[in-house]
Design a protein around this ligand. Structure first.
Ligand SMILES: *[C@@H]1O[C@H](CO)[C@@H](O)[C@H](O)[C@H]1NC(C)=O
Ligand SMILES: *[C@@H]1O[C@H](CO)[C@@H](O)[C@H](O)[C@H]1NC(C)=O
Ligand SMILES: *[C@@H]1O[C@H](CO)[C@@H](O)[C@H](O)[C@H]1NC(C)=O
Ligand SMILES: *[C@@H]1O[C@H](CO)[C@@H](O)[C@H](O)[C@H]1NC(C)=O
Ligand SMILES: *[C@@H]1O[C@H](CO)[C@@H](O)[C@H](O)[C@H]1NC(C)=O
Length: 491
């Protein structure tokens, strides 16, 4: 029995080895902070939406195929990324491999809880028609599927819901969704996973929007947003802090009482993109107001915002934008941008008051709608038939897909490195050129999976605007099923 006992021990060690990886982050004042070290965390991110907004269905989402996640996480490690944002998730799918891979790679995830399917989102023009029990199967389902993963940085309760077409009451509904999610997390999760909102860059109402969500309400403290994302494309080409209007944004958010970051950036009006905004965003001028950002977006789709191009067979071309962004990331002084600052972490929010709202068209009351009838039961007892997510062992190593650079030269030995516990991926941690002299790491050997590059998603076929989720396709969703598949697959 010695052999199998040691086999078991190995298995346990492997599990232990992959069980921790990143440390959960928390919000303190206006910074994201590492819950163990107290270091500040700034987002060096990419928006991860292979296949565009249509690369999502009930059967597949960006975190449901481990081989694809392995490939992309390895290439993101090499780029220097520490966070991805994923827009559309189907709670009933098995996300364990992907979430565990990004965790092992030292990469956090910000997850949108909405989906474009029926009952998956709030209708901005009539939110009361979609603020329903059925909607919360999607919202709480995503929370359940991911709540156990330490690399979940936070959830977006909404993306660009409030714009010129939104009804005046939309802010109150989104704030109610934040409330319900935070009440659910407080009761059903082991840690206070942050919940925020991602705004369109509509300057006339931008500050009203952030003020509406960040202010404190004595009678509903949980409805306050924990962070604020801004989708902004105002820096194009070789612009400057002033010409891009970043100076105005920095001024505007200098008094913010919560972490603010670009949930999308990377204007492509001038090509190729050279990403000079990176030095500004993480530089002395902006760092007080912003906690970094996420570049839109990982894969090349019809709207041409990609850093990499995915071929039908799953092989990858790293585009010149990828190299340009990597060079900018490599110039950053990571120890400076992760320095903690007591002034930043001790900021407190203002109390909600109509004087915070300046535009007369913007809703200036905080009488939030009551939650749908079953929500208090869901909060108390958990969502019925909920998905269960849990870490699985991740073995690093060479990825199975071929990678070429933008000159067509093969990049060899692209591999996923399983980082030490509590480590975060940083630029130049894995330096640029994996094709030369990369030290092949340890005994972990070759990649986890088999060579099924066949299920490659991500072929760009559909157009989707940068503000991706607003043209919801008319897809009907059948009954929710398969929640138990995850559980079964774990046993
Ligand atoms: C108020 O917001 C609306 C958009 O909702 C905008 O059209 C208008 O210009 C804004 N007014 C002012 C004074 O900023
Ligand atoms: C920030 O707060 C300070 C002090 O309360 C105030 O003087 C200043 O005008 C505020 N700045 C902005 C852009 O709101
Ligand atoms: C800490 O943050 C404050 C503003 O939030 C800033 O004025 C100050 O320069 C920062 N301190 C350091 C050492 O960076
Ligand atoms: C909570 O306080 C806000 C004002 O801050 C008010 O508009 C709202 O009606 C109050 N809600 C309840 C349930 O008392
Ligand atoms: C790779 O290693 C060889 C010999 O060890 C060395 O001559 C070469 O400069 C190295 N290349 C890089 C990019 O470090």
């Amino acid at each position: 029995m010695v052999a199998s006992y040691s086999g078991l021990l190995t298995a346990i060690c492997a599990l232990a080895g992959s069980a921790a990886a990143v440390t959960p982050l928390k919000v303190q004042g206006k910074d994201f902070v590492n819950s163990k070290t107290g270091d500040r965390f700034q987002i060096l991110g990419v928006d991860y939406q292979p296949g565009g907004s249509s690369g999502f269905s009930k059967d597949s989402d960006p975190l449901s195929d481990g081989d694809i996640c392995m490939r992309d996480a390895a290439l993101m490690q090499r780029l220097g990324v520490n966070t991805i944002r994923v827009y559309n998730l189907e709670p009933s799918l098995d996300h364990n491999k992907c979430a565990s891979i990004f965790n092992a790679a030292g990469i956090y995830m910000i997850l949108d809880v909405n989906s474009p399917l029926t009952n998956g989102y709030l209708d901005r023009s009539a939110p009361w028609t979609t603020y329903t029990n059925a909607y919360y199967k999607q919202v709480f389902g995503v929370v359940e599927a991911f709540k156990t993963f330490d690399n979940v940085l936070g959830f977006f309760a909404g993306n660009e819901v409030i714009n010129e077409e939104a009804t005046r009451l939309a802010p109150a509904y989104v704030r109610a969704v934040i409330r319900d999610m935070k009440d659910y997390i407080a009761k059903q999760a082991d840690r206070a996973i942050p919940v925020g909102y991602s705004a369109a860059d509509v300057r006339e109402i931008l500050m009203d929007t952030s003020n509406y969500f960040e202010c404190d309400m004595k009678n509903s403290t949980s409805s306050r947003a924990d962070f604020f994302g801004l989708n902004s494309y105002s820096w194009c080409g070789d612009a400057s802090y002033k010409s891009s209007g970043y100076d105005v944004l920095t001024q505007d958010f200098s008094n913010a009482s919560l972490p603010v970051f670009f949930s999308e950036y990377g204007c492509n009006a001038v090509k190729p993109r050279i990403f000079t905004e990176v030095q500004s965003l993480y530089g002395e001028e902006m760092t007080q107001a912003f906690s970094g950002g996420l570049v839109y977006e990982w894969t090349q789709e019809e709207n041409e915002f990609g850093l990499v191009k995915i071929e039908d067979d799953g092989s990858v071309e790293t585009l010149v934008d990828y190299d340009n962004l990597q060079k900018q990331f490599n110039k950053l002084d990571i120890s400076r941008i992760s320095a903690s600052n007591d002034t930043q972490t001790s900021v407190t929010p203002p109390t909600c008051d109509p004087s915070l709202i300046t535009n007369s068209t913007f809703y200036n009351a905080w009488n939030l709608p009551e939650a749908p009838s079953k929500v208090s039961d869901y909060i108390k007892n958990g969502l019925p038939h909920k998905p269960v997510g849990s870490l699985v062992p991740v073995t690093g190593g060479k990825i199975s897909q071929k990678v070429v650079d933008h000159n067509g030269n093969e990049i060899k030995n692209v591999e996923l490195k399983v980082l030490a516990n509590d480590a975060v991926n940083t630029p130049s941690a894995l330096n640029a050129d994996t094709s030369s002299n990369s030290s092949t790491s340890s005994a972990t050997g070759s990649a986890s999976g088999t060579n099924t590059a066949s299920s490659a998603s991500g072929t760009a076929t559909k157009t989707n605007a940068a503000s991706s989720l607003n043209g919801f396709p008319a897809v009907t969703l059948g009954g929710l099923s398969g929640f138990f598949m995850l559980l079964a697959s774990l046993l």
